[in-house]
Design a protein around this ligand. Sequence first.
Ligand SMILES: Cc1cc2nc3c(=O)[nH]c(=O)nc-3n(C[C@H](O)[C@H](O)[C@H](O)COP(=O)(O)OP(=O)(O)OC[C@H]3O[C@@H](n4cnc5c(N)ncnc54)[C@H](O)[C@@H]3O)c2cc1C
Length: 399
Amino acid sequence: MRILVSGAGVAGPVLAYWLTRHGFSVTVVERAPALRRTGGHAVDLFRPATDISEKMGVLPRVEERATGTNRMTVYREGSRRPVRADLSKIFGAASDRHVEIMRDDLSQIYYDATRDDVEYVFDDSITAIVPEGEVRFENAAPRSFDLVVGADGLHSNVRHLVFDEQSRHSTFIGAYLGVLTLPNVADLDGELLIHVGVGRTAGMYGARHLGEARVLFLFRSERELDYHYRDVPRQKELLRGAFAGMHAHVDRWLDELDRTPAFYFDSITQVHMDTWSRGRVTLVGDAGYCPGPAVGGSTTLAVVGAYVLAGELARAGGDHVRAFPAYERVMAPHVRGSRAVASSAAKTLIPTSPLGVWGLAQGARLISALPAGPSRALLRLTTKSARLYDSMTVDDCPP
Ligand SMILES: Cc1cc2nc3c(=O)[nH]c(=O)nc-3n(C[C@H](O)[C@H](O)[C@H](O)COP(=O)(O)OP(=O)(O)OC[C@H]3O[C@@H](n4cnc5c(N)ncnc54)[C@H](O)[C@@H]3O)c2cc1C
């Protein structure tokens, strides 16, 4: 049985790994000319995703490439004295088994685990999926596949082709994010330096073993901003406008906007769909149910979704009529929970009031100062479903 997966990010290679383990023949088509090394950003693997990575035999590599960010210095806008917090305690309160890693490193590790058994086609994209099984591409000749899976991210091409009316599925949650790569001149090593004000948060993190540092900008906007997704100068202008006058550190980061080798800008958008499957096509990861980049555990959700989908296809002997609804049934509560966590995390990370700014800094300090048990309790009190990811259980895949 031949399965085509669109997208070699995180969900795509994990799905390809488990599908080949279950005996399916897999092709992955990736639009980028090579595995994307876009500078990337740090992502979180919580317990179920680290467990799945362990089953794949890649956990030692994942841990080796972990960012190791374990300290945080928080500057409240307008206040001179920073608050210092132990970030590893905060993550520890949220998850018993958490690894933070750069997205590009994670993608490379999952790709390496599959490259010998999976056909990867780079620099191409699906243009049409005919219900009878033929798939057409921008560059390659048409080919036939039994099933097609869209693992092509927040702005999924497969979702667009098969479910159309893209905008109907995207829910803007009132914020934007920007990421830039810059030299680690501050020589940060395992540290996150963060500035928080009402409606805006900017943070720089870096580690010596990772080379360059990254800055993440998050800001609120009640309405969707007017810009084209390819108009990078306009996106940079929007960032400069949103962060003007925040702090001298932030001004220096903004100065790097014209020099950065890698820049990312997007709205924080959730994908809401009634179903992720239509006929022989289904969606996995951000393509089907992104809870919002940078604010939710979308990477964990993508890894879990890929593992569950492959398992259900194996259990149903490749019968998608049984497997797709079963996959959706298992994932639906996880997706609902993730959306709630993401919306709540967005409120905490980009506070809407001076009290929220104070609460973020003091909450971080308090959680990091308490022993593990009370810090978990405090996190539960302050953040909705803080331990949601650790509570997700995934069945063992059929052998
Ligand atoms: C700035 C930022 C910060 C983030 N921070 C966090 C975080 O702190 N914690 C966390 O858990 N998650 C975070 N995320 C989210 C995380 O990156 C994603 O949830 C995760 O990568 C999802 O994996 P995916 O495989 O579904 O999609 P992606 O990783 O986006 O992969 C999609 C792949 O599909 C490819 N593709 C796109 N279009 C096509 C096409 N037409 N044809 C073929 N291939 C195509 C892309 O090139 C890409 O390789 C963040 C995301 C961003 C953007």
